[in-house]
Design a protein around this ligand. Structure first.
Ligand code: BGC
Length: 865
């Protein structure tokens, strides 16, 4: 019964002996397990009742099995926001919530967390990663993984390793010397492996030192399985397997997605026959896969063996989820500047002018595979309105736009029968004529004109097809409207009978749809009040013959995006905002980036806020110096206006509850406690990776070595815009009595080396507040024979909650061998410098407060965990 689905299987596999099962398997069955069944499921072996396992993205939500028909989900604040909380408790809570979310999408494996180092804030996916610091990244990741796996859902920690840029992401070679590789880029994975043992790893797209990660034996077998004793499953990133035997031999279990491109039956069988793959290696890879499948089936029995089920939105849990999201959002928001206590806005009779492109927009997550369809959402404007103290008065002005693309079809567009949204018809292609068939095979109604159809290949249509969007357009008033098309294939837009856009003959690609979409094409159309227009937008998924660039991705994706907006007058919008600013006590600008700018497949060109945002801020601040800026973004932006504004709040991407979390901070319902997990540079040229960020003739040289993030700024004495660890509060904290409460035994071996450190933290202000304490270690002075080390590195952190005014608590942490070790190329192991060391408390990564001395007299050397 070849087509037996999971629910038709007996459950003998749950207790089966994997070695015995292996003996019963045919070679064909073994090979079948080496690649996915489709985009999101592993291959079952019905004869032996081995079920299929479903996986889902990751990392700040569980999207489910379709980019096209996304199941409404709970979007958590993004990774940098979680990093900024410096709270392992909140990281664990995130993981635990996401386990429930993954299960609601019928998945027992989440493709998360992403823990690549934010080598540059310009990385397109920087927003998906926690930090520039390996210890912060690793410890937050470990707690997140524990939260997930304690509930039986597998983490897939990714992307292993050095996928720190999007430029040529599948082909570029990250050339990294062994010390920075160990101390910076591998360290978060190593810490996560030590403290949480993720059940799965996902390899990075790129090469590492000459060999693609998915076929890098040193990485997958020597380090991961050998040194770190990993015994789970390693899967490739999507279309990130690039070889047959090399990847199997290197230690890659699963080619994703399916069906197999490389690991097809004949190719693997031939590789075994020709002794390129040893049958024992095949058995090893297959047992590792089966162990993982068995573990997930045991932990998720009811889910794995259930009848094929529709994905669910966890509607009943909305209230509980909202509380958690709001808390994470609130604790991750960083108050960067607050001159003359302009914030919180809770004084009686305060007139606030809310300005800016992000105020009323739903900017909840970054783009790419991390994008989600939120099951509910609160925009900043809604959050400010709902949480407003009684005598604060709010008014609004747009000020500027921020989007790379025009907004999607809005309320002026309806289906043919007058409902919100539009009609879609999908047509097969006639095999003989190559033309669109006359009658549609599928019809549906949709509410968003951004359609990423990567996984929409119904059998009636196959991989290539036509899609037709039909809508009635009833504009409110006479105006010029701009229409914009960006697609992966070819498209034509008619309004009534006029062909307005012909997007079928482009020659190069833009950045949409992971780099597969056309450069956006815009045309203007005049409309009159009281009239309705017929919109017909036809898409042929075949790429145009005029396209000469091969493109940056082998994905066979289909993407269709139609935007429309009344012609916008940027100068007038700024003037209106300036007028408003003059007539209020505090102009509050909500601006930033969004999923158009921070996404997968491309990096940001520079640190600037988009389009005319900086000009808007400068002119508003000139009109009213009390201006406060709220920025939504996943990594750093530059702030040329910083000295002219009174307050800056960094809100990251806050997920479904972003508006409420912002409202809480602005009005002082929550006292800010977030601290920066990355350094904010003044300008691009200050970024450590600036001279070698991007692949140059296929290679990216990590020339800055270990001098990543604050390590660089401190060493070069470059003043950042804001240092790592910076974050203000509406109260003040003081530290006292920093001391060690033990001394490691004199001849301690690496694993026995433990140092307990404590410090008193006092809330010296007038209101309660939470605070994370950051412990740094400082190595002995450089000598003739020692290596050069960063002045100070973060090695532990702990957050205390709700300290009352005047209250003091003692915060304790235990430092272990990681806190004193660096990779020594000469010995091929981790070692500690001998001599006088200090523990210090970081006000931020530049400014240290207090010190406690300890001495290392004996050699410490180790490998492994
Ligand atoms: C991303 C992964 C993601 C996968 C599946 C890839 O493009 O790099 O992070 O898990 O797609 O969507």
């Amino acid at each position: 019964m070849a087509s037996k689905t999971n629910d038709q299987m007996d459950r003998s596999f749950l207790t089966a002996s994997i070695p015995k099962l292996l003996e019963e398997m045919t070679e064909e069955e073994k090979i079948s397990l080496l690649a996915g069944k489709d985009w999101w499921n592993t291959v079952p072996v019905p004869r032996l009742n081995i079920p299929s396992i479903k996986v889902t993205d990751g990392p700040n939500g569980a999207r489910g099995d379709s980019f096209y028909h996304m199941c409404p989900a709970t979007a958590l604040p993004n990774a940098t926001c979680l990093g900024a909380t410096f709270s392992t408790e909140l990281a664990e809570l995130s993981g635990s919530l996401l386990a429930d979310e993954a299960r609601a999408r019928n998945a027992s494996c989440l493709l998360a967390p992403t823990i690549n180092i934010q080598r540059s804030p310009l990385g397109g996916r920087a927003f998906e990663s926690y930090a520039e610091d390996p210890t912060l990244s690793g410890l937050i990741a470990a707690s997140y993984v524990n939260g997930l796996q304690d509930k039986g859902v597998s983490a897939t920690i990714k992307h292993f390793v050095a996928n720190d840029q999007e430029h040529e992401r599948m082909g570029q070679d990250s050339i990294i010397a062994s010390r920075p590789l160990r101390d910076i880029y591998l360290r978060p994975f190593q810490l996560a492996q030590k403290h949480s043992k993720p059940w799965a790893f996902m390899t990075a797209y790129n090469k590492l030192n000459g060999t693609h990660c998915s076929e890098n034996k040193w990485l997958l077998t020597d380090v991961l399985r050998g040194e770190w004793k990993f015994d789970g499953l390693v899967m490739s990133d999507w279309y990130g397997t690039y070889s047959v035997s090399d990847s199997v031999n290197a230690g890659l279990n699963l080619e994703m997605p399916g069906e197999a491109r490389w690991r097809q039956q004949t190719l693997i069988a031939h590789s075994i026959y020709s002794h390129k793959i040893d049958p024992r290696t095949l058995d090893k890879r297959v047992s590792e896969i089966m162990n993982w499948v068995q573990k997930l089936a045991q932990h998720n029995e009811e889910l794995v063996y259930a009848k094929p089920n529709k994905e669910k939105t966890r509607i009943e849990e909305k209230e509980a989820d909202a509380k958690i999201l709001r808390r994470i959002g609130g604790e991750g928001i960083v108050l960067l500047k607050n001159d003359q206590d302009v914030l919180p806005l809770n004084r009686p009779n305060t007139k606030v002018g809310v300005i800016g492109p992000n105020a009323k927009a739903k900017v909840l997550t970054g783009g790419g595979s991390a994008q989600l369809r939120a099951s509910w959402s609160v925009s900043p404007w809604e959050g400010l309105v709902h949480n407003k103290p009684d005598n604060v008065d709010l008014s609004y002005s747009l000020g500027a736009t921020t989007s790379k693309y025009l907004p999607l079809l809005g309320e002026e567009f309806t289906t043919l029968d007058g409902k919100p949204g539009f009609d879609l018809r999908h047509y097969a292609i006639n095999k003989e004529s190559g033309e669109k068939e006359e009658n549609p095979v599928l019809t549906e109604q949709r509410d968003t004109s951004d359609m990423f159809m990567a996984d929409f290949h119904p059998p009636e249509l196959g991989d290539q097809y036509f899609t037709e969007l039909l809508a009635i357009f009833t504009p409110g008033e006479s105006a010029e409207w701009v229409f914009e098309s960006t697609v992966t294939g070819q498209a034509w837009l008619w309004i009534d009978d006029d062909l307005i856009i012909d997007n079928s003959k482009y020659t190069s690609r833009g950045t949409s749809y992971f780099g597969s979409g056309s450069v956006p094409l815009q045309r203007t159309f005049k409309v009159e009040t009281g009239k309705s227009y017929n919109i017909r937008y036809l898409h042929d998924s075949r790429i145009p013959s005029t396209l000469i660039t091969a493109g940056s991705t082998p994905l066979t994706v289909v993407g269709i995006r139609l935007g429309a907006f009344p012609k916008f007058e940027p100068e007038q919008a700024i003037k209106d905002a300036v007028e408003l600013a003059k007539n209020v006590d505090v102009p509050l600008i909500i601006a930033g980036l969004n999923a158009d700018w921070e996404s997968e497949g491309y990096d940001r060109p520079d640190l600037s806020l988009p389009l005319r945002t900086n000009e808007l801020i400068s002119r508003v601040a000139e009109a009213n110096p009390k201006t406060v800026i709220v920025i939504q973004a996943g990594s750093a932006v530059s702030m040329p206006w910083i000295n002219r504004v009174s307050g800056v709040v960094y809100a990251w991407y806050g997920g479904n509850e972003c508006g409420n979390a912002i409202g809480d901070i602005i009005y002082g319902k929550v006292n800010p406690s977030g601290r920066l997990p990355i350094t904010f540079p003044v300008r691009e040229t200050d970024i450590p990776a600036n001279t070698n960020y991007k692949s140059a003739r296929t290679k990216t040289y990590y020339e800055e070595g270990i001098w990543v993030g604050y390590r660089w700024y401190n060493e070069r004495q470059i003043k950042p815009l804001f240092p790592f660890g910076h974050g203000l509060s509406y109260t003040t904290f003081e530290y006292d009595n920093l001391k060690m409460t033990n001394q490691p035994p004199k001849n301690a071996k690496a694993d026995e080396w433990k140092l307990e450190v404590q410090v008193d933290v006092k809330n010296t202000g007038n209101i309660p507040g939470s605070h994370s304490v950051h412990f740094y270690t400082c190595p002995p002075k450089e000598t003739e024979t020692s290596l050069k080390h960063p002045k100070q590195t973060l090695q532990a952190f702990k957050k205390v909650s709700d300290l009352k005014p005047g209250e003091t608590v003692t915060v304790k942490v235990i430092l272990d061998k990681y806190a004193i070790s660096h990779w020594d190329e000469g010995y091929n192991s981790f070692r500690a410098e001998l001599g006088e060391w200090y523990v210090k408390i970081g006000k931020d990564a530049e400014t240290m407060i207090g010190e406690a001395k300890f001495v290392i007299e004996q050699e410490i050397e180790w490998t492994g965990l």
